[in-house]
Design a protein around this ligand. Structure first.
Ligand code: ATR
Length: 279
């Protein structure tokens, strides 16, 4: 990697940060396509978030990603917000422009892109979203914008599912979303947005009690491990599956597009995917 005085810094802030794959996929891309950027991960404790913001402005980073636990707190620290990010109440990407911080949320777009790459459309489909946290919000809203038949939100805390369904209906101007107390037997696409199944709890599976239909497409946003217990069950049943590397890459490339203002080419996806395949 050639670093010179013109190289700009981008990165990730979160806590903890050691597990992140973002530096690997971003730097691999920058190196391969000759983008004069370097991506580093910064472990920022919540009490240091505001100092980090001041430092980022002073050092004139080009932009940065935001992960747990700062996705919501960072909303209050940026200078302006993309309208959807504002309504979602969480950001995962910040662009630094003329010393001002602009917040975006690329999780949902990234997820939709990962489906489209596999020729999966959510239009007119019955969708089940498991979870109602930050990731679920972005995914549910972006699915809602694509015109599904219905979105059922199944969450451990039912009322949180209700709040998310209301948000989707509000943002899409429709009544497609509703909370549900259990996963229905028949649905076209199921998406796990919770951390169930994530290492080290790899035996956890949010659909273990479900008699799954082979026609259902099963998606997980957990990417460590890539083949979660839920996806293994789905594969055994004969379902099409989408693993969490799709959303990881999709949101990363959407961030690159925001920072550089340039078109994100299809080949960039392949470069990041190859890097993850090596791990
Ligand atoms: P993120 O920003 O990663 O989505 P979050 O906002 O903390 O994280 O949301 C985590 C989601 O996973 C929530 O929907 C949570 O359910 P609750 O709303 O009931 O807290 C869900 N979740 C986390 N651990 C879970 C578990 N062990 N069983 C079921 N749901 C779980």
């Amino acid at each position: 990697m050639k670093i010179s005085a013109s190289t700009k810094l981008v990165g990730l802030i979160g806590h903890p940060i050691g597990h992140s794959m973002s530096p690997i996929i971003h730097n691999a891309l920058y190196q391969r396509i000759g983008l004069d950027l370097i991506y580093l991960a910064f472990d920022i404790r919540p009490e240091n978030l505001n100092n980090a913001r001041i430092g980022i402005k002073a050092l004139d980073l080009k932009g940065f990603n935001v992960t747990i636990p700062h996705k919501e707190a960072m909303i209050g620290l940026v200078d302006s917000l993309d309208p959807y990010a504002k309504k979602l109440g969480a950001i995962n990407t910040v662009k630094v422009k003329d010393g001002q911080l602009i917040g975006y949320n690329t999780d949902g777009q990234g997820f939709i892109k990962s489906l489209k790459r596999k020729n999966i459309s959510v239009k007119d489909k019955s969708i089940v979203i498991i979870g109602a946290g930050g990731a679920a919000r972005s995914i549910a809203v972006y699915i809602g914008l694509e015109g599904p038949k219905e979105i059922r939100i199944v969450n451990r805390t039912y009322d949180r599912g209700k709040v998310l369904a209301n948000l989707v209906n509000d943002l899409t101007g429709s009544y497609i979303a509703s909370p549900a107390s259990h996963i229905p037997d028949k649905s076209d696409i199921i998406v796990n947005t919770t951390s169930l199944g994530m290492w080290p709890n790899i035996k956890e599976n949010p659909i273990s009690d479900l008699s799954l239909s082979p026609q259902t497409i099963v998606c997980d946003i957990v990417y460590n491990p890539r083949m979660t217990a839920m996806l293994r069950q789905a594969e055994r049943t004969g379902c099409q599956i989408v693993d969490g590397t799709g959303m990881l890459i999709g949101q990363a490339l959407a961030s690159v597009g925001i920072w550089t203002g340039k078109e994100v080419k299809d080949e960039y996806w392949q470069i990041m995917q190859e890097e993850l395949d090596k791990l």
